[in-house]
Each structure stands twice: as structure tokens, then as C-alpha cells.
Design a binder for this molecule. Structure first.
Ligand code: BMP
Length: 260
């Protein structure tokens, strides 16, 4: 199944072009670490991208939390992403009717579709969200991660919702790059990527319902291909040292998984 195939092998099984590119980057840079760049000042975002760039495969943003946002941020960010070979991923979690998602994805000050190769979407409103992302203007190569489970305590998502989300994903093989979840799902679809947030070494939770697992546990027990680490890196005094540490732990866990 998916868990014992190498990322390099899975490159050829991906139906979404960004998923294929991501598998390739992971294999080349030997990293399955995604940093959650949840910082609110533009220069801090750029500095973080430079510092952790060598150790990550994906740089995940919440672009709408930046206090001094100006579209001028995007060019240097894309330049750093190209130089360090990682993918820009806007965690927008689109969840509205298709028409509104189309506007949110390609209009407004953020113009997400012009720079983010990957975005997240909720499955709650069904296929309209995916049709909108598929049809909008923007980058030619784009991919969507659908949210099937969450790391939040007390989430309203149940097994039926998770299953229905996977069924929806199957209907858009060329658009869907992967699934955001907390357990080993879609084991027979190795072309899709499991992205799992809620990863930290220091803490088990925060005071707003976030729940953390260790790097080893998310890769070996919960089926993650790519692990998302935010505050474990961004709150560290030396983000580049923390990123290297998480990278090594995650890659060691992945290597161990291949031997199983
Ligand atoms: P942190 O490691 O600091 O808790 O950050 C986690 C990041 O992953 C946040 O950007 C959050 O929006 C995202 N995330 C999550 O924590 N749980 C989910 O289920 C889905 C997410 O996108």
C-alpha cells in the first residue's frame, strides 16, 4: 500500500501535477516537512522562508493574517521558493458556494490563484468548491488538499463525513493533490498525499483545542506523508535549527516505514 512505497515511486502515480512535483521535491531534498508560516509581519515570513527553506518541501501560509500585507510580498516569496525548491501552499480552507470560492480564489488583494500552487478546501459544500478552483484563472498547475479530518479537539467531523470527502476526492483525480487528515486513509491510492498537521515535540496541546502528536507517531502510526509543523518551529529561538531537527526526525520515520 501507500505507506511502503517510496515518494520517488509515487511521483509516477500522482495524477495531479503539483502532487507529482511535490513527491519529486521530497525525494530530492529528502524532506517531508511542511512549515506552517503563521506569522503576521511580511519580513518575518520572508526571513522564515530563507531560514527553513533548505529543510522543507512545502511552505504553508495563512496569507490573510499578515498585518502589513502588500502584493509586493509575493514576488520575493516565490523567488525564495524557487531557489530553495519548495512549494507555496495557501491554507485558505475554501468552504463557500462555487461562485464565491471562485472570487475568493482569484480576486481580492491576495489573488491566491496567481501564486499558490496548492490550496486547502473543505468538502462541506460539495463539488462546487472544486469546480470553482478548477475553472478559475490563475496558475496552470494547481492542486487542492481536501480536509477529511482535523486535529482540533471537539471537531464536528464524523466518519461519514470523512468517507464522503474521500469519495468526492476520487471524482477529481487531476485536481486533488492530497488529503488533510489524522489517520491512515486512502491506502490504495498512492498517488495522493496525506498531509497531517498537529505535530510538535514540546507540547501535547495548546489552549484553543489544538492536539499534537510526535513526528514519529504521525508518520509511523497515523499515515502522514507530509507533516505540518508550525509553532514547534516558528516559536523556536533558532527556526533553522528546529526545522533541521524536525526534518531529520520525520525523514528517519519515513525511512523506517519503508522497511516495514
Ligand atoms: P501549529 O503547529 O502551530 O499548531 O500550526 C498548525 C497549522 O496547521 C495551522 O496553520 C493550522 O491552521 C493548520 N491545521 C491544523 O492545525 N489542523 C488541521 O486539522 C488543519 C490545519 O490546516
Amino acid at each position: 500500500d501507500r505507506l511502503t512505497l517510496s515518494f520517488l515511486t509515487r511521483t509516477n502515480l500522482a495524477k495531479n501535477p503539483v502532487a507529482a512535483e511535490l513527491f519529486q521535491i521530497m525525494a530530492t531534498k529528502q524532506t517531508n516537512l511542511c512549515v506552517a508560516a503563521d506569522l503576521t509581519i511580511s519580513t518575518d515570513i520572508l526571513n522564515l522562508a530563507e531560514q527553513v527553506g533548505p529543510y522543507i518541501c512545502v511552505f504553508k501560509t495563512h496569507i490573510d493574517i499578515i498585518e502589513d500585507f502588500h502584493p509586493n510580498l509575493l514576488k520575493p516569496l516565490q523567488e525564495i521558493a524557487e531557489r530553495h525548491n519548495f512549494i507555496l501552499f495557501e491554507d485558505r480552507k475554501f468552504a463557500d458556494i462555487g461562485k464565491t470560492v471562485e472570487l475568493q480564489y482569484s480576486k481580492g488583494i491576495y489573488q491566491v490563484s496567481s501564486w499558490a500552487k496548492l490550496v486547502t478546501a473543505h468538502s462541506i459544500t460539495g463539488k462546487g468548491v472544486l469546480d470553482a478552483i478548477k475553472e478559475s484563472v490563475g496558475l496552470e498547475k494547481r492542486g487542492v488538499f481536501l480536509l477529511a479530518e482535523t486535529s482540533a479537539a471537539g471537531s464536528l467531523i464524523n466518519e461519514n463525513y470523512t468517507e464522503a470527502t474521500l469519495t468526492l476526492a476520487e471524482q477529481y483525480p487531476e485536481l486533488i493533490a492530497g488529503i488533510v487528515c489524522q489517520s491512515p486513509l486512502f491506502l490504495q491510492t498512492p498517488g495522493l498525499i496525506q498531509l497531517t498537521p498537529g505535530v510538535q515535540l514540546e507540547a501535547k496541546s495548546d489552549n484553543l483545542g489544538q492536539q499534537y502528536n510526535s513526528p514519529e507517531s504521525v508518520i509511523l502510526e497515523k499515515g502522514a506523508d507530509v507533516a505540518v509543523v508550525g509553532r514547534g518551529i516558528t516559536k523556536s529561538a533558532k527556526p533553522e535549527i528546529a526545522a533541521e531537527k524536525y526534518k531529520n526526525l520525520l525523514w528517519a520515520a519515513y525511512s523506517k516505514r519503508l522497511q516495514k
